[in-house]
Design a protein around this ligand. Structure first.
Ligand code: PLP
Length: 286
């Protein structure tokens, strides 16, 4: 089936969708994005994703491209036109099109909005989760405001490529203190010997994942222990379980870190339970 993209006011065939070469996203990475899971035709945690989008835009002083109601209609239309029941939606806003100059265009130009969606067979994620994934560690080369979901992802791209070349799925980024920031495209979690679930606290050094936020609510609702604090690789190697979270991977067990087996090299029971509960919660909310 041919795919349809929304580009600045028009629904167009994906392969014919284009943006001008002077779009500031193309030239400077001057824009932000969101990726939202689609489950049974519904956008999971839509309000939280739109809230984070607005925050990212405000931090970079980019205007909203359309009114909130119009944006929601566009998102639904893209799901319908692409017949996406399960998969994900991608939304990108850039500062707009202007002659190349580092400073913001003056007078300001209309921000560019692109929305696409892709159908993914949910069995793929389940198959990956039943085996678990391997991660590697690599230095965190990113800028100091990764709490903004900017489209400028070069260090993340290089880290993911490095992971792939080493036979792993994700790269955990190591900060200047030698501690784990997060994954190149996910948040990082471990579960220690006592069953405490540990993930880094939110500040400017990680992205506040929407899956992370929702999972923290689930953890509290189930009376599990959570510590939001930094951890290093030595602690991760000793962990009973480890996992990553993200809108496309959901809760994905990690079974090896830099070649060290975690939990005997099989997905941990608490991780799998949380994945299950997360799915149930998502199903109920649709
Ligand atoms: N951290 C980074 C660097 C990411 O790119 C992502 C997702 O793309 C996440 C964390 C997880 O965020 P979310 O759960 O909102 O998908």
């Amino acid at each position: 089936m041919s795919r349809i993209a929304y580009v600045n006011g028009a629904y167009v065939q994906s392969r014919e969708a284009v943006v001008p070469i002077e779009d500031r996203g193309y030239q400077f990475g001057d824009g932000v994005y969101e990726v939202c899971e689609v489950f049974r035709g519904a956008l999971i945690d839509e309000e939280r994703h739109l809230g984070r989008l607005n925050r990212s835009l405000a931090e970079l002083r980019i205007d909203a491209p359309v009114k909130p109601g119009a944006l929601k209609m566009i998102l639904r239309e893209i799901l319908a036109r692409n017949k996406v029941a399960n998969g994900y939606l991608y939304l990108q806003v850039t500062r707009g099109v202007a002659p190349r100059d580092h400073v913001f265009p003056q007078p300001s130009v209309r921000p560019s909005l692109v929305v696409t969606a892709r159908q993914i067979d949910p069995r793929k994620g389940e198959a990956a989760a039943s085996k678990g994934i391997a991660v590697i560690s690599t230095p965190d080369l990113r800028w100091k405001r990764v709490d903004i979901k900017s489209i400028a992802l070069l260090p993340n791209v290089l880290a993911r490529q490095e992971a792939k070349e080493q036979g792993a799925y994700e790269a955990w980024l190591i900060d200047a203190e030698g501690l784990v920031s997060e994954g190149a495209a996910s948040n990082a979690w471990i579960i220690d010997e006592s069953g405490t679930i540990i993930t880094r606290q939110v500040d400017h050094s990680i992205l506040r994942g929407i899956t992370r936020t929702t999972l923290i609510e689930i953890i509290a609702a189930h009376g599990l222990r959570l510590e939001e604090r930094k951890f290093g690789l030595d602690e991760a190697f000793r962990a009973r379980e480890a996992f990553i979270t993200g809108a496309t991977t959901l809760i994905m067990p990690v079974v090896a870190i830099d070649g060290h087996k975690i939990g005997g090299g099989v997905p941990g029971p608490v991780t799998l339970k949380l994945r299950h509960i997360f799915h149930d919660a998502a199903a109920r909310s649709t």
